[in-house]
Design a protein around this ligand. Structure first.
Ligand SMILES: *[C@@H]1O[C@H](CO)[C@@H](O)[C@H](O)[C@H]1NC(C)=O
Ligand SMILES: *[C@@H]1O[C@H](CO)[C@@H](O)[C@H](O)[C@H]1NC(C)=O
Length: 507
């Protein structure tokens, strides 16, 4: 006995640690290879214990790595992000079949640990089940009521665009960087719809809310937070980025809450100013009818997170797409010529309106081609299987994370003649009419499809057409078109790299 104690004491803590780690590795190895008892899971690269395929994945360009893997393993394959299994869907036919034909099975949202930690798993983007269904339904209906597809909304977009033009004019054709202005402008449109008013670009409260939202996004995408999401148990102890991210989200929450509380104090059920008001009126009704029922879905967490989701979803994406559109115009001056010729011929100098879109096939094709090539959300947000499913001969277990590889759809060689080039003819028939393309899946597909699609389309059209009526976009003096950088930055959302350009007034 004494000998045994002596024996144990002689181990250094480091050695004990190593043994524990070894056992853990063994456990995961065992777990990964023996968990496959239900049949043929999708093929994929062989995972290492614990870290899975992380060594084979370029986390900064995950979509590119996945495209490479799909060439080897086919359109449905498995990778292990650390210990968690992920099934990737590649190519237009496969993503469509999964999200449209198996909408229910593939329709849940995977909620990353950091999102849960920050209590963001309410509202629309990161929720599941009845609550998600109700919030999505509510948001869609109310976005319609407060604008989408209506004249009032179009007017707001036009007003905001006119403000942006005034800001651009202040630079008098000198080189400037437009990212921040574009962020503020686009945010303002969603602010109008959600809160019922716009803000001045130099309003510090407004700047704060936009800045914090963007900071949250950047951190969310940071390697440290990703690592935490892969290894939540260990990560909680080791990774301080998690704390930082949660803090930023809390700061953003607070800012939104402030706005919501202001609205609550001046709420008039007869005159809703925006989606937030409509939600609070609904809350009052529910409280009257079902007082004492704590389970109503119209609670404050759903209000706050729904508002945040709309704000976030409506800011980054359109701002980034518009900046890509202008960058592509600078890179391809002949295409810019053709757009301006068409605008000039069809609408001249009057304000562009949504009803002009059908008479501007080339401009419309350029906008679609921008969205396709820029591919700003290459992996969409991850889905999760809501039940066991057999798909294209593979067994996928309930609760498996599913990533739709939108890059492989928007750059699918079987669908696009020149997948990697800026080629507006993708969206034109031989007579120059606008041509709809099925594989244009920039808003994803199925029941998680972007609820802001029609708003985004309206914004892109009005802004792009109006800006090109007013300005010629060029590189700064001494810089050639080829020199302009179009290497995307970011991960969840691919942004054009910040750089100076010129907007030369032509009206
Ligand atoms: C604007 O938003 C983009 C994301 O769309 C972000 O990368 C960038 O840092 C933001 N810039 C400013 C100055 O707010
Ligand atoms: C928001 O970010 C921009 C650019 O990074 C900065 O110039 C501005 O001062 C920030 N505003 C606030 C209120 O934090």
């Amino acid at each position: 006995m004494g000998a045994l104690i002596f024996f144990l004491q002689s181990f250094s803590p480091a050695l004990v640690f190593e043994v524990v780690v070894f056992l853990l590795l063994f456990y995961f190895y065992f777990f990964i290879f023996c968990s496959n008892k239900h049949g043929q899971e999708p093929p994929g690269p062989k995972p290492l214990p614990l870290i899975g395929n992380l060594l084979q994945l370029d986390l900064k360009h995950l979509d590119k790595t996945f495209v490479e893997l799909s060439k080897r393993y086919g359109s449905v394959f498995t990778v292990y992000m650390g210990p968690s299994k992920v099934v990737v869907l590649a190519g237009y036919q496969t993503v469509k079949e999964a999200f449209v034909n198996y909408a229910e099975e593939f329709g849940d949202r995977e909620v990353p640990p950091v999102v849960k930690d920050a209590n963001l798993d309410h509202g629309i983007a990161w929720a599941n089940g009845d609550s998600w269904k109700e919030m999505r339904r509510f948001a869609l209906a109310n976005l319609k009521d407060f604008g989408m597809g209506k004249k009032a909304c179009e007017d707001k977009i036009i007003e905001e665009c006119q403000n942006l033009i005034q800001e651009f004019k202040k630079f008098k054709g000198e080189p400037f960087e437009m990212t921040q202005l574009m962020n503020y402008t686009i945010s303002n449109i969603i602010c109008s719809m959600v809160f019922g008013n716009r803000f001045d670009y130099d309003d510090p409260e407004f700047q704060m809310i936009v800045n914090e939202t963007i900071k949250g996004f950047v951190l969310f995408e940071s390697p440290a937070v990703k690592l935490y999401n892969f290894f939540p148990r260990i990560g909680k102890l080791l990774i301080s980025a998690r704390k930082q991210t949660v803090k930023i989200f809390e700061a953003t929450n607070k800012q939104h809450l402030k706005l919501i509380n202001c609205l609550r104090e001046t709420l008039n059920p007869q005159m809703c100013r925006g989606v937030a008001d409509a939600f609070m009126v609904r809350q009052q009704k529910v409280n009257l009818k079902e007082s004492g029922l704590p389970n109503s879905l119209y609670h404050d967490a759903n209000l706050l997170i729904t508002v945040m989701n709309l704000f976030t979803g409506g800011t980054e994406t359109s701002s980034s797409t518009l900046r890509w559109a202008l960058l592509f115009m600078i890179k391809h001056p002949k295409i810019q010529d053709k757009v301006q010729e068409e605008l000039n011929r069809v609408i001249g100098s009057r304000q562009a309106q949504l009803r002009d879109r059908k008479n501007l096939p080339f401009t419309n094709a350029v906008i679609h081609e921008t969205q396709r090539l820029a591919n700003i959300v290459p992996l969409a947000l991850s889905h999760k299987t809501s039940q066991d499913v057999t798909f294209q001969g593979h067994f996928i277990e309930k609760g498996t994370t599913v990533i739709p590889l939108l890059t492989s759809v928007l750059h699918d060689e079987h669908e696009w003649e020149k997948p990697e080039s800026f080629h507006p003819a993708h969206f034109l028939d031989k007579d120059g009419n606008f041509l709809k393309r099925d594989a244009f899946m920039v808003f994803s597909a199925g029941r998680r499809m972007c609820p802001g699609e029609s708003l985004a389309k309206a914004e892109l059209f009005i802004f792009f057409a109006t800006l090109l009526q007013h300005f010629r976009f060029t590189p700064p003096p001494g810089v050639s078109e080829e020199d302009l950088d179009q290497t995307p930055t970011g991960g969840l959302i691919l942004n054009p790299p910040p750089q100076k350009v010129c907007a030369v007034s032509q009206m």
